[in-house]
Design a protein around this ligand. Structure first.
Ligand code: NAD
Ligand code: UD1
Length: 350
């Protein structure tokens, strides 16, 4: 069975993807600096398997460390080799992701996201591992509200976070020309991942105040504090912005399919949107959450948020045809699973 290095493995998407990798029988080497996560997510993953009478203790290894340190990454490659489980491929989640913070701390973002990725890629080359799936974002696109966004859409990020994602995409593009290349690369541009594993044991656990709508909805349902809906005068059916929310387990599945595709196929670079192709307004999301969970989500309208765009929905046809991937979970399931996570772990991984 293949051995996979997962950077950012204790984070929101990383932990769910570790779960899916283990379910598919992969051996996982997870690394994380824990700057925005807790290693308890991996303990809960073990617990989910234990409840199914499956022992994964020798299939999941965790190493705390920072991808800005190349020696640390090299150490993982060497350890895996010593354990006769040479790393076959990397899924690269590690990075900082708070848009507003990236505006006031751009150097942090370039150092973590770009320099960190550069180190990882250099270490991969030194250790002769040339298969990587990279977490990019719809935020790299120049937004045009009228259409579904396809991978050919013009690129123009509007904040440092987005610039760092595009910079890593460019680096990955460039290394395909490397004379000693043979790189196999999948760049996945996620739309809006939400939800949690259906057990409610793992989920999104932002260490700082969340900025994204879904954890804010969960908090508001829990505390009954009013959330602010940013703008009710957008040119949409109900005046609120439209997004493409995708269940985190469908997203995890997209990574497994991308990795599997790369491992089975020749040297190449693919760029794929990972979204459902269906747009929902902020009010749709709030109402679906309320109905699915029989709770109220108090809210009020506020000004538009600076830098927001009216509509962001994926054209996901390429991922569907190339990977044979298809999102299976509905908005209602995303809401049910997210709420279950909150009620199972009201304080996150405390
Ligand atoms: P997350 O913060 O939960 O996970 C990222 C993980 O990376 C965290 O566990 C953090 O501790 C770790 N990390 C950060 N810098 C590191 C470093 N230098 N060395 C080692 N570990 C480091 O975020 P997430 O939502 O799981 O996002 C995962 C990836 O997907 C990120 O790269 C993010 O930019 C990208 N992405 C996320 C979304 C989203 O809405 N969640 C959307 C598009 C893209
Ligand atoms: C934001 C980031 C984007 C990043 C993505 C995933 C901005 C401008 N964009 O995108 O770069 O890739 O998160 O991390 O920050 N909303 C409210 N009230 C709130 C919070 C959000 O009404 O308190 C609305 C927003 O206006 C938006 C929708 O909810 O219409 C979704 O917001 P959010 O979850 O932040 O995602 P994006 O805006 O898509």
């Amino acid at each position: 069975m293949k051995n996979i290095l997962v950077t950012g493995g204790t984070g929101f998407i990383g932990s769910h993807t570790c779960f899916s990798l283990l379910s598919e029988g992969y051996n996982v080497y997870a690394i994380d600096s824990l700057v925005n996560s807790s290693k308890k997510s991996l303990l809960y993953i073990e617990e989910i398997f234990r409840s199914r009478d499956i022992d994964i203790s020798n299939k999941l290894r965790f190493f705390e460390g920072d991808i800005r340190k190349k020696d640390f990454i090299n150490y993982i490659f060497k350890t895996a080799l010593k354990e006769k489980k040479p790393i076959d491929g990397v899924i690269h989640f590690a990075g900082l992701k708070a848009v507003a913070e990236s505006v006031i701390k751009p150097l942090n973002y370039w150092e973590n996201n770009v320099f960190g990725s550069y180190n990882l890629i250099k270490s991969m080359k030194e250790n002769n591992c040339k298969t990587i799936v990279f977490s990019s974002s719809a935020t790299v696109y120049r937004f045009s509200s009228d259409n579904l966004l396809s991978e050919d859409n013009q690129l123009k990020p509007i904040n440092p976070y987005g610039s760092t994602k595009l910079a890593v995409e460019n680096l990955l593009n460039d290394i395909t020309q490397d004379a000693n290349g043979n790189w196999k690369i999948a760049i996945l541009r996620y739309f809006n991942p939400i939800g949690a594993h259906e057990s409610g044991l793992i989920g999104e656990n932002p260490l700082n105040k969340p900025n994204n709508i879904f954890p804010i909805i969960i908090n508001s349902a829990y505390t009954k504090e009013k959330l602010k809906v940013f703008g009710n005068d957008w040119p949409t059916k109900d005046g609120t912005c439209i997004r493409d929310y995708v269940h985190v387990m469908d997203l995890a599945d997209g990574h497994i399919k991308a990795l599997d595709f790369l491992l089975r196929n020749k040297t190449q670079l693919i760029k794929l949107n990972i979204g459902t192709g269906i747009g929902h307004s902020v009010l749709d999301l709030i109402k679906t959450f309320e109905n699915a969970n029989n709770v109220s989500v108090p809210f009020e309208f506020d000004e538009r948020r600076e830098g927001d765009v009216c509509q962001l929905v994926a054209d996901n046809s390429k991922a569907k045809s190339i990977l044979n991937w298809s999102p299976a979970k509905s908005l209602k399931e995303m809401c049910i699973d997210g709420w279950k996570w909150k009620n199972t772990n009201p304080k996150g991984y405390m």
